[in-house]
Design a binder for this molecule. Structure first.
Ligand code: TXA
Ligand code: MG
Length: 326
């Protein structure tokens, strides 16, 4: 593995590597992705192998310009054009009818393909220079936390990728919102960096996948995703201070008030406040960083409080739920 910078020369090397069928971890505004040429079946197979990902889990295909999506998908379905104009580049992935030329390996044999145009200049420049759409799952081993810094990728996948482009910390910090436009009404399969409230302004009848009443459609909806190696318990908003943890434990709080209550409580070896001012955007940006750090520190237990289910709170709660002990 070789670490690359964001210099023009290194971006050209990253693009060339993708053209050559190699695996390149690239920064996006959400999380780091493990990129490969979406037309190259061998490269796609290597992505699954590197992630130890079951091949039934389809990949997101990334394009450098919103218009590039028409190379892989049919954008004539209702809302697709309007959504792409309004939210791309950005943290929205649209599931659309796929064009025949997209390899089945990218879509796990589904008739649909997930597409997104990321809002990160480095990612877009690499994709543009490579001249191909870039299939990229999050750059973590299957089932583990998504990386929000190049160091996370080095630690988790360093031995299994060819290049890692260090573009610093990912500002959004949670994965994109996955919206299935092939179903009627459109369905949010995964809440993420684009708040569902904003999608609803364009798609009035949009539904949000409900784990309690629906069986998983996308494999990313399996509940045990994004798990740290330490047990994480999820409690309602404001609930951390009522907990009696065992051993050396860490509390993950949302807001200065909760953090102070946890402090007074005295049982915690470590308290992390995802956003003292209770800003869900700030909490999303801090989430995976905090989980990586706490996981590495080897606490016996992690306890996290839910955020209110508004804006990016929905995405943070989804990730915390998936990381938690059921
Ligand atoms: O922010 C992101 O979306 C990041 C960055 C790298 O772009 N990527 C990412 O990819 O999170 P991944 O592979 O970790 O998650 C993709 C999700 C999975 O839950 C997958 O099941 C779903 O998208 N997905 C992909 N193609 C699909 C399809 N055709 N139908 C339904 N779900 C699909
Ligand atoms: Mg992932």
């Amino acid at each position: 593995m070789e670490l690359l910078s964001t210099s023009a020369r290194d971006l050209e090397r990253a693009a060339e590597a993708i053209r050559d069928g190699l695996l390149v971890a690239i920064p996006t505004e959400t999380v780091y992705g493990l990129g490969a040429d979406a037309w190259n079946r061998v490269a796609l197979a290597r992505v699954f192998e590197a992630k130890r990902r079951p091949s039934f889990d389809p990949l997101i295909v990334h394009v450098s310009e919103p218009d590039g999506a028409s190379e892989v998908a049919d954008l004539s379905v209702p809302y697709a054009k309007t959504l792409s104009e309004r939210f791309w580049p950005g943290p929205l992935t649209m599931v659309l009818p796929k064009l025949d030329r997209v390899p089945d390996l990218a879509t796990s044999g589904l008739p649909t393909v997930a597409v997104r145009c990321p809002a990160n200049a480095v990612a877009r420049e690499i994709i543009r220079r490579s001249g191909v759409p870039v299939a990229a799952p999050s750059a973590n081993p299957f089932g583990y936390l998504s990386p929000t810094r190049a160091e996370h990728v080095v630690a988790q996948l360093g031995g299994r990728v060819d290049f890692i482009v260090d573009g610093g910390r990912c500002p959004v910090g949670v994965e994109s919102t996955v919206l299935d436009l092939s179903s009627e009404p459109p369905l949010v399969l995964r809440p993420g960096g684009l708040p569902v409230e904003l999608i609803a302004e364009v798609v009035p009848g949009v539904q949000v996948f409900d784990r309690a009443t629906t069986s998983p459609r996308a494999p990313g909806q399996l509940p045990s995703h994004y798990a740290p190696s330490r047990p994480l318990y999820l409690v309602p908003f404001g609930g951390v201070s009522g907990i009696e943890p065992r051993g050396r434990a860490a509390a993950i709080c949302f807001g200065a008030e909760s953090a102070r209550a946890a402090e007074r409580h005295g049982h915690w070896s470590r308290i992390v406040d995802l956003s003292p001012s209770r800003d869900a955007v700030e909490a999303a940006a801090a989430l995976f960083d905090a989980l990586h750090e706490l996981d590495a520190a080897g606490f016996d237990e992690l306890w996290a409080e839910r955020l209110p289910d508004l804006g990016l709170g929905l995405a943070v709660n989804d990730r915390l739920y998936k990381a938690s002990v059921k």
